[in-house]
Design a protein around this ligand. Structure first.
Ligand code: ATP
Ligand code: MG
Length: 417
């Protein structure tokens, strides 16, 4: 099967074009390489590639994850013989959705004896008869057809294509640089990561857990969420960061209602260390304005002050219901719906502060030894690389984890909860 891919011209001004097209070609190769040889040609404004795979459903499934594809069509290459062209055109029409059609023909190679308009009429008539015989209600509409069956006669062959299927849009992953994404096991952050992948970013995922003081559910969920997200960016680096040593220090002085804010600020500082290590100029969270206590404007501002890097929040204006719908489409919903013990719920107040004051927060932090523990958190993290292999995802451990031992001491717990 051959596929012709069209991309949005809008992103392709000036020098970006080459980078963009090269990356899209590389991503298309990665998407299909486990199905056999992929041969690619780039022409002005489109990419054509051939696959050994003939399974149209499998092709649709995979194309739906290739960011940068505006639309695509399947192309059949047949000899310049009337019967072969009829059959290919009929197949293309059968795969298409719609109730009106037209046939268009181009003949750069003039060796076939019929002229374009005569061939259009001939094939159109054949398709019309086939529709009637098979009971499919289809009309010819030459001015606004829902489906255009295209025949292109080039280099002694005929290229026959039908419906243009919409791609996911966006920009090819890998064209916008790296971002460190804070991944919880909840619904929002995987959707946020996906959204910026769709804008071309490569997301390094960073999950904080309190194992062995909580169970391993959030770690397992995040590994699997990372697998699903790897489908869209082909390669993912995942940091699983033990947060308990930092929490213990924070618990020593912080009143329960302020802990959420201090946990978040510390996460942001650790994620910034990961960003420095990975060469990422920005961070990403799944926060949405007003969704929970830590996500008020006042608190977001106090959290922002913990980072020098910009914190991107693609879901800041998105309703939960829309986020859940997106999670279903992306494929992360089921995993995010699983129960897990969140590191942030450890020794947290039922009434977290919604209006943190920066001065107060800074004073609390100044009395603690957080920086060495935050650096250690990165040194002790488990680091895993995930590689997309088409039907499976391979995992490779880059750094083995070290976990905190002994009990978690919280002197303020009794009085403050
Ligand atoms: P989510 O559904 O993404 O967990 P949420 O509605 O539960 O979001 P919070 O728990 O307040 O909201 O988290 C806000 C954001 O902070 C998350 O979207 C995520 O980016 C980050 N975050 C929260 N907990 C963790 C964690 N344990 N590890 C990494 N990032 C986290
Ligand atoms: Mg959460």
């Amino acid at each position: 099967m051959q596929i012709v891919v069209h991309y949005h011209e809008i992103a392709l001004k000036g020098n970006n074009r080459n980078l963009f097209v090269k990356r899209l070609v590389a991503n298309l190769r990665r998407t299909f390489r486990d199905l056999g040889e992929v041969r690619v040609r780039t022409l002005y404004g489109r990419i054509t590639f051939s696959l050994e795979c003939e399974d149209i459903e499998e092709i649709h499934r995979r194309m739906s994850g290739v960011f940068g594809v505006a639309n695509y069509a399947c192309v059949r290459e047949v000899p310049q013989e009337l019967e072969a062209m009829r059959q290919a055109a009929w197949q293309a029409l059968q795969e298409a959705h719609g109730s009106t059609f037209a046939v268009r023909c181009r003949r750069p190679d003039k060796s076939f004896p019929m002229r374009s308009t005569a061939l259009e009429r001939e094939i159109g008539g054949y398709l019309h008869d086939q529709c009637r015989l098979s009971g499919r209600e289809m009309k010819v509409d030459l001015s606004h057809p829902q489906i255009t069956v295209r025949l292109e006669l080039v280099n002694k062959v005929a290229l026959v294509s039908g419906e243009r299927f919409p791609g996911p849009g966006g920009l090819p992953v890998g064209t916008a640089g790296k971002i460190v994404g804070l991944l919880s096991s909840g619904f929002d952050s995987p959707v946020a990561a996906w959204q910026l992948m769709k804008r071309g970013a490569e997301i390094v995922l960073c999950h904080f857990h309190s194992y062995p003081f909580t169970n391993k559910a959030s770690l397992d969920n995040c590994r699997q969420l990372a697998e699903i997200l790897t489908r869209y960016q082909y390669r993912t680096r995942l940091y699983l960061v033990g947060f308990a040593p930092v929490q213990e220090e924070l618990l020593s002085l912080t009143p329960a209602d302020m802990r959420m804010i201090l946990y978040r600020r510390s996460m942001i500082r650790i994620a910034s260390l990961v960003a420095a290590r990975e060469g990422a100029p920005a961070l990403l969270t799944g926060e949405s304005l007003g969704q929970v206590a830590s996500q008020t404007l006042t608190n977001m501002r106090v959290i922002d002050q913990a980072a020098e890097l910009p914190i991107l929040r693609p879901l800041v204006g998105t309703d939960k219901e829309d986020i859940l719908q997106a999670a279903r489409r992306i494929g992360t919903y089921e995993l995010s719906a699983r129960p897990y013990e969140d590191c942030c719920s450890l020794m947290l107040s039922k009434h977290p502060c919604t209006k943190a004051r920066l001065r107060e927060v800074l004073e609390l932090e100044a009395n603690m030894e957080l920086a060495p523990l935050e650096a250690q958190a990165v040194e002790w993290a488990e680091i895993v690389d995930l590689f997309w292999q088409g039907r499976t995802v391979e995992q490779k451990i880059i750094q083995e984890p070290v976990y905190k031992e002994g009990p978690l001491v919280c002197p303020l717990e009794q009085e403050s909860l």
